[in-house]
Design a binder for this molecule. Structure first.
Ligand code: 5AD
Length: 343
């Protein structure tokens, strides 16, 4: 299969409903992965530390307007013990995720947790953060404390679509999100971003532009997955593509991004599993190389409900056939190559 890189070919590839083409595309994504980043799958133990959130994104189950979720916050001890559990399981890396909060008590606590985890594991734990938009100073502080990767999805790279998915106020600004991504890059983080796939109003051209956005930003890591409506959100009332179509689009997005950016890290996201029990394995076959097993305590897991059905998911993804990079950070080769160029 020849490389699909220009906008029109990306749109056609996403739009195409032929089964054979989809299968070939997915196989090609897997082949390009193995050739460029190898056959190993790297793990990030995901710790969902709190579902308190100051944002009100129209698709998200933990938006601040949803009064039906019970809010929680893990204690520092609980978080550290989770991190130690990930190290005992030889995961190599953890990802600390939370609803967005910017108060000083929160940002200080994160710094302290990062330092403690680093100290308790002799610096062996790779730490990824996924804590939303923060000031440049806060992001620098966390970087200096020892975090080295950060995930912040652009959600939808088309500013018009972004606006339809978020309340229209300064707290939900596309420009701030983009600026934060640039701050992260300048500080020296390995930067991850991504989008939701199969959203209301989203067209194949939007998705093609999402891929080109990630390419142009020169992202190091990507987490993108299907949109899963959450009944307690305004967006759930709107039309979106059927389950099968969202799954297919998600797998194609992974394969196409692997063609565009052969050496980045691509996560097989949990949302895929809602649509198909084998969703994450299928994403690994299409070009993904990262899995983030959820290691949060059961009580946190059930309340961190970004989307419907998340709570009923089994976390024991079948990785028997996968070759796991146990004990390794599994850094983005794309990032390492860029850095080697500079030095
Ligand atoms: N469906 C799928 N993904 C969602 N997220 C939030 N709500 C949903 C939903 N309803 C994703 C966002 C966010 C990540 C943490 O979870 O992309 O960045």
């Amino acid at each position: 299969m020849h490389a699909i890189t220009d906008r029109q070919s990306l749109i056609s590839a996403l739009d195409c409903r032929e089964r054979q083409f989809t299968e070939e595309l997915i196989a090609e994504g897997g082949r390009i992965k193995r050739e460029n980043v190898g056959t190993k799958t790297y793990l990030r133990g995901l710790i969902e530390i709190s579902n308190k959130c100051r944002k009100d994104c129209l698709y998200c189950g933990i938006r601040c307007s949803n009064v039906q979720v019970e809010r929680y916050e893990m204690s520092e001890e609980e978080i550290i013990s989770c991190a130690l559990k990930a190290m005992a399981l030889n995961y190599g890396s953890i990802c600390i995720q939370s609803g967005e909060r910017c108060d000083k008590a929160f940002t200080d606590r994160i710094s302290s947790i990062i330092r403690k985890i680093k100290a308790l594991t002799d610096g062996r734990t790779g730490i990824t953060l996924s804590l939303g938009e923060q000031s440049r100073e806060t992001l620098m502080e966390w970087f200096e404390a020892g975090a080295h990767r950060y995930l912040l999805r652009i959600e939808a790279s088309n500013p018009m679509l972004y606006r339809r998915l978020h309340p229209e106020n300064s707290l939900h600004s596309y420009d701030t999100r983009l600026k934060t991504l640039y701050d992260l890059k300048e500080i020296g983080y390995q930067v991850g971003s991504g989008v939701m796939i199969g959203l209301p109003y989203q067209t194949p051209a939007d998705l093609a532009d999402d891929l080109l956005f990630l390419k142009n930003f020169d992202i190091d890591m990507v987490g993108m997955g299907p949109y899963i409506p959450h009944p307690q959100t305004p967006l759930a009332a709107l039309q979106y593509p059927a389950d099968g179509r969202r799954l297919e689009l998600s797998l194609k997005m992974v394969a196409l991004l692997r063609m565009l950016m052969p050496k980045i890290n691509i996560a097989a996201t949990t949302a895929l599993e809602v649509l198909d029990k084998k969703g994450r394995e299928k994403a690994l076959a299409a070009g993904a190389n990262i899995v983030m097993p959820n290691i949060s305590p059961a009580s946190s897991k059930s309340r961190y409900s970004l989307y419907d059905k998340k709570t009923s998911l089994s976390e024991d993804i079948n990785l028997e056939d996968a070759e796991i990079g146990f004990g390794e950070w599994g850094d983005s080769l794309h990032f390492l190559a860029k850095r080697a160029d500079i030095e």
